[in-house]
Design a protein around this ligand. Structure first.
Ligand SMILES: N[C@@H](CCC(=O)N[C@@H](CS)C(=O)NCC(=O)O)C(=O)O
Length: 273
């Protein structure tokens, strides 16, 4: 049985000290997450974009082998809610502040690296787009990936018929309104652009990618956002690294086991409403 462990935010590092660490320009960062892209991908890419000192703390995906050690399932990796990602902000003295929940981590890093716009209107708009992109991924994960195998096919069917086309139409409308320049807001990258590219990457690594990706690839406006993100020099360097490639391979392996299977699903892609 799983013994996934918990830990509180408050530890022997005092709150006063934690506030000091957060204000310290010399901190480094560790991102605790599985050996895959998924919900950790945007935070990693934000850290790469920020050109800060950071590293991955990678949790190996659970093995099928019975006696293999599994530090996550064995309760050796405590987190505030028994889930990851968790961001560790580490002082030069090696004291840590823990940030939990992917949206909180991503918005924290985006603010730090000036990816939330130039004024309050831009910030609100970027955050709204970001939240909508986030819940699109969340819905896909909860309706067709992390569900019992018997429900996955039905989840995929609903995703392909409703969630996906509606998401693309909404986001094309917003991208067009900003001048079809491949940015959601203004003429520079924001949290929304980076999250969109990473959420689409998640779908590209599912066994059913061939049913999902053509819809994204057909959209010129969405493809422009992906290109703007991928071509940013710091992000391009991260995506060219061996570590990024190994996380990519990990995503294929993980989703082969957990996501809807590719077999017998072609019909869903072509079925009329
Ligand atoms: N609300 C959390 C959800 C994170 C989440 O569900 N993480 C999954 C992996 S994608 C997890 O850690 N699951 C724990 C487990 O499988 O034992 C967030 O957004 O950070």
């Amino acid at each position: 049985m799983s013994k996934v462990a918990r830990r509180p935010f408050i530890t022997d590092v005092s709150i006063e000290k934690s506030i000091q660490i957060l204000a310290d320009p010399n901190v480094s960062y560790k991102l605790l997450y599985w050996d895959i892209f998924s919900v950790g991908a945007t935070s990693r890419e934000l850290l790469a974009y920020g050109n800060v000192k950071w590293s991955n703390e990678r949790i190996p995906i659970s093995s099928d082998e019975q006696d293999k050690e599994d530090p996550w399932e064995d309760g050796k990796i405590p987190t505030p809610f028994g889930v990851v990602p968790v961001l560790k902000i580490v002082s030069p003295e090696n004291e840590e502040v823990i940030v939990a929940e992917s949206m909180v981590i991503e918005q924290y890093l985006a603010k730090k690296f000036n990816l939330l716009g130039n004024n309050e209107w831009e910030t609100l708009t970027i955050n709204a787009l970001y939240s909508n992109i986030h819940f699109f991924l969340e819905r896909a994960l909860t309706k067709m990936t992390w569900v019992i195998p018997e429900r996955r096919k039905r989840g995929l069917e609903i995703f392909l018929k409703h969630f996906l086309p509606e998401f693309i139409a909404d986001h094309e409308m917003h991208l067009k309104a900003n001048g079809s320049n491949g940015f959601y807001v203004g003429d520079r990258l924001s949290l929304a652009d980076i999250h969109l590219a990473n959420v689409i990457d998640h779908f590209a690594h599912l066994p059913v990618a061939h049913l999902i990706m053509p819809s994204f690839e057909k959209s010129e406006l969405i493809s422009k956002v992906r290109a703007n993100v991928e071509n940013h020099p710091s992000i391009a360097a991260w995506r060219a690294s061996e570590e990024w490639e190994s996380l990519r391979q990990g995503s294929f392996v993980c989703y082969k086991k957990t996501a809807p299977p590719a077999e017998d699903l072609q019909a869903f892609a072509t079925k009329e409403e």
